[in-house]
Design a protein around this ligand. Structure first.
Ligand SMILES: C[S@@+](CC[C@H](N)C(=O)[O-])C[C@H]1O[C@@H](n2cnc3c(N)ncnc32)[C@H](O)[C@@H]1O
Length: 414
């Protein structure tokens, strides 16, 4: 397996040296001779193994993709990187394998791959803009990425974009200190407040770094930072997929879910749903269909929407109801159902059909079945009401309400 000991940047070399010392302490050896039994004959050998380990390991995630460990597979370590990968490395939970053998590492194709085409996975978070992806790949893997996404400079990359200031539906590239002239790619309107946007992005990045560092030590402070910064970045015009707004939104969502009271209040649940919607929308613009991160984000949103509402909101007019997000009552149930169906289809791609979309895919399937039953009960209830009503009334309002509940006549085998 590849090592970069001879060509490491000095900061990375220093980190590898620290890790080598930690390894020596862990092994409890006190002299170079004692290291011989492990096959290390010099400090250089130790740095070499650390470099090899860092270059070739994969993080082991929970079913919802929180990293909890590291693994090495000499075969999978042969796969090179692309920021637009055609495959992913996952650890699905397979029914036919005894749980004692888990986790199982698998490479899953995200799309059809030609026989002569190289299989490529991504080593890093590809929702990041190009300069941060390049920095991360250089620091950890010691190479400059020349994949299609890095080689071609698109007019607008959704990882760094603003909504058109005239709200024509187009987008503009995010201004930077070096390139402050930016205009909408559709209507060509020039963005005038570029300094304010550059400042917002800088402050947002600082807050993201701080909030990430504090997320386990001081989750309340971390949540305060994400809560304060998201509106600033949103009002400066950043699209939901832009950095650092997307990263802040994802962190915000996980902090909100972790701090949900038990049982949740309507406000805390609705806040978490809005955060999950923002994350999922952003991820869908920058990750390809079926990417496990997209599938998991949709599943989390669908599950939140499916939670029983503690105090459903009553809207006085249909117009008011249409503006309400998340919706309440039957429309919420229908949205939960549709979202879980979309999640399941994407999870089947990202975690493999044979794995039934992994553990989350199976949970989502159960959620769909439960919702189908619940929606069936509602529909029956509405039918009964319509049946009991006098003829003149039965054809009016209740039908409109019943339409909301007429979801696809699928069973959960989709
Ligand atoms: C896990 S290994 C991949 C297999 C490696 N190419 C080999 O032959 O053993 C990771 C290393 O491969 C190289 N690599 C992976 N993807 C690359 C890419 N897209 N461009 C250049 N080098 C790459 C880098 O040196 C990186 O540190």
């Amino acid at each position: 397996m590849q090592s970069h000991r001879a060509s490491l940047q000095s900061s990375t070399f220093e980190l590898h040296t620290h890790l080598s010392h930690a390894l020596v302490r862990y092994l409890g050896v006190s002299s170079p001779e004692e290291l011989d039994q492990y096959g290390f004959h010099s400090a250089r050998d130790l740095v070499d193994i650390i470099s090899r380990f860092i270059t070739n390991t994969f993080s082991i995630p929970t079913p919802t993709l929180t990293p909890i460990g590291a693994s090495v597979s000499p075969i999978i370590a042969l796969i090179n990187h692309s920021c637009e990968p055609n495959a992913v490395v996952v650890f699905p939970r397979a029914t036919e394998v005894p749980s004692i053998q888990e986790p199982l590492m698998q490479v899953i194709a995200l799309r059809n791959i030609r026989p002569d085409e190289e299989i490529l996975t991504s080593y890093i978070d590809t929702t990041l803009p190009k300069h941060l992806r390049q920095q991360s790949l250089k620091e950890t893997y010691n190479f400059e990425c020349c994949c299609q996404l890095c080689a071609i400079t698109p007019e607008v990359d959704h990882r760094e974009s603003l909504f058109c200031p005239k709200t024509c539906g187009g987008t503009c590239p995010t201004p930077t200190e070096d390139s402050s002239l930016c205009r909408c790619m559709k209507c060509k309107t020039v963005v005038t407040n570029t300094d304010a946007v550059v400042d917002a992005v800088r402050v947002g990045q600082e807050a993201l770094d701080k909030a990430t560092a504090l997320q386990f030590k001081d989750p309340k402070k971390s949540l305060q930072l994400t809560t304060n910064l998201i509106p600033i970045l949103t009002s400066s015009g950043l699209t939901p997929s832009s950095h650092p707004l997307l990263a802040l939104a994802r962190l915000h969502q996980s902090l909100l879910i972790a701090s949900l009271p038990s049982p949740p209040t309507q406000d805390s649940l609705d806040d978490a749903i809005r955060a999950a919607t923002r994350s999922s929308t952003g991820l869908s613009s920058v990750l390809q269909y079926g990417h496990p991160v997209r599938g998991i984000a949709l599943a989390e949103l669908g599950k939140l929407l499916a939670v029983d509402e503690p105090a459903p909101r009553e809207s006085s007019t249909p117009a008011e109801a249409a503006l309400l997000y998340p919706p309440s009552g039957p429309p919420r149930l229908k949205l939960a159902y549709d979202t879980l169906l979309r999640a399941r289809n994407e999870l089947l791609v990202g975690f493999g059909t044979r794995n039934e979309g992994g553990q989350v895919g199976k949970d989502v399937r159960e959620g769909i079945v439960a919702l189908e039953k619940e929606i069936g009960v509602w529909r029956q209830g509405v039918k009964n009401v319509m049946h009991d009503l006098p003829n003149s009334v039965s054809k009016a309002k209740p039908r409109a309400r019943a339409d909301v509940l007429y979801v696809h006549e699928t069973n959960a085998d989709c």
